[in-house]
Write a protein that binds this ligand. Structure first.
Ligand SMILES: [Ca+2]
Ligand SMILES: [Ca+2]
Length: 368
């Protein structure tokens, strides 16, 4: 019965989202792909996991092992079960978005504390007064593994009732990429919404993140379970990502790296397919605020050396303009036109000339 329902839901999704790539058709492959990263999590069925048993000091975290892309919408419904003990039940669970698959501290940390950078949607069932927990069961949106409500992205929102009632509760998490709006609903009612440029403000421009669910117990305990019902998101573009990863690794290794960014013959305007790479370069610069970037422009040998020097300077400056528009301070970006010096291929063929019209970059830390 359940399989049939899920499949029908998936068909509905297909009808309403024809122009995006959906990660899966019927949900099952995604859910089967979930991995546990801590021993306490146990797979109960194709769609259900027990995150912790009802025992003291347990932690269970699961992640979907492929990144998703937050420049597109995310929509997930899952049934959460927070145990059968109210007064002495603890600690809750956290739905996590993060560029790394990490597990946080147990007890009051709910398996989330310390996971950074991240967004955490917590369902907290135990009051820890020193981090601002109210006495009632609550949901809050937290950031960067910080479980103190003083630093939360939203206040702790009171749930209408005790959630440790031995029942499943339907949690819905939606991210609207266009409106930059994260919404959390429980049992069909909206609980909390956050308007925030999560990709820029939390993940420093990196839109591709993992998602997962953590849970923990401490000096008090409850059983914690999740069952996935509906999932809809866009997977990260693995190839584009891995190309830049190589460039990033080289730059962090103090090597000169050639970008894929291309210019048309004689032109100084960036081609549109360069934007993605330059956005990732901007994200890297944000992650390395002490580093500066040398940008070297090169041309083919047509048009005369003097012109080529000017042209290559303007091309390097086009990158400075683009990156500064993305929030990188101009004084961290140094453009140098190298003209037609140092060709990497023969200028006798069109293909060779294309290879010579290139941009190289070098990341460095200036002497203080
Ligand atoms: Ca708590
Ligand atoms: Ca409770």
């Amino acid at each position: 019965m359940k399989r049939v329902q899920l499949f029908l839901i998936a068909l509905l999704f297909l009808n309403t989202t024809t122009n995006t790539t959906i990660a899966q058709i019927n949900g099952w492959d995604i859910i089967k792909g979930l991995i546990k990263i801590s021993e306490n999590a146990t797979k109960l069925s194709d769609e259900c996991f027990q995150l912790t048993e009802d025992r003291l000091w347990a932690g269970g975290t699961i992640y979907y092992p492929n990144k998703i892309d937050l420049t597109s919408n995310f929509d997930m419904e899952l049934d959460v079960f927070l145990g059968c003990k109210d007064a002495d039940g603890a600690d809750g669970m956290v739905f996590i978005f993060s560029p790394k698959m990490a597990m946080g501290r147990e007890g009051e940390g709910i398996g989330y504390s310390g996971v950074s950078p991240s967004i955490g949607i917590e369902i907290d069932t135990w009051q820890n007064e020193h981090i601002g927990d109210p006495y009632y069961d609550h949901i809050a949106i937290l950031q960067n593994g910080n479980i103190n409500h003083r630093d939360g992205l939203t206040k702790p929102i009171r749930l209408g009732k005790n959630i440790e009632d031995c029942q499943n509760h339907r949690l819905r998490i939606t991210w609207n990429a266009l409106d930059k709006r994260l919404e959390v609903g429980l049992d069909g009612k909206q609980i909390v919404a956050l308007q925030k440029d999560i990709v820029q403000d939390i993940f420093l421009g990196e839109s591709e993140v993992f998602w997962g669910v953590s849970s923990a117990t401490g000096k008090f305990s409850n059983e914690h379970r999740v069952c996935f019902e509906k999932i809809n998101f866009k997977p990260a573009s693995a190839t584009a990502n891995s190309v830049f990863k190589k460039i990033e690794a080289a730059l962090l290794d103090s090597e000169i790296a050639q970008l894929s960014t291309q210019f048309n013959a004689g032109q100084t305007t960036l081609t549109e397919d360069s934007y993605k790479e330059l956005d990732e370069l901007a994200a890297l610069l944000r992650k390395q605020p002490d580093m500066y970037l040398n940008i070297y422009g090169y041309t083919d040998n047509l048009g005369g050396s003097k012109n080529n020097q000017r042209l290559s300077q303007k091309r390097a400056e086009a990158l400075v303009a683009y990156l500064s528009k993305k929030g990188i301070a101009k004084d961290r970006l140094l453009a140098t036109g190298m003209g037609d010096t140092r060709p990497v291929a023969s200028n006798d063929t069109a293909e060779g000339r294309k290879q010579n019209r290139r941009i190289e970059v070098y990341l460095y830390k200036p002497y203080p």
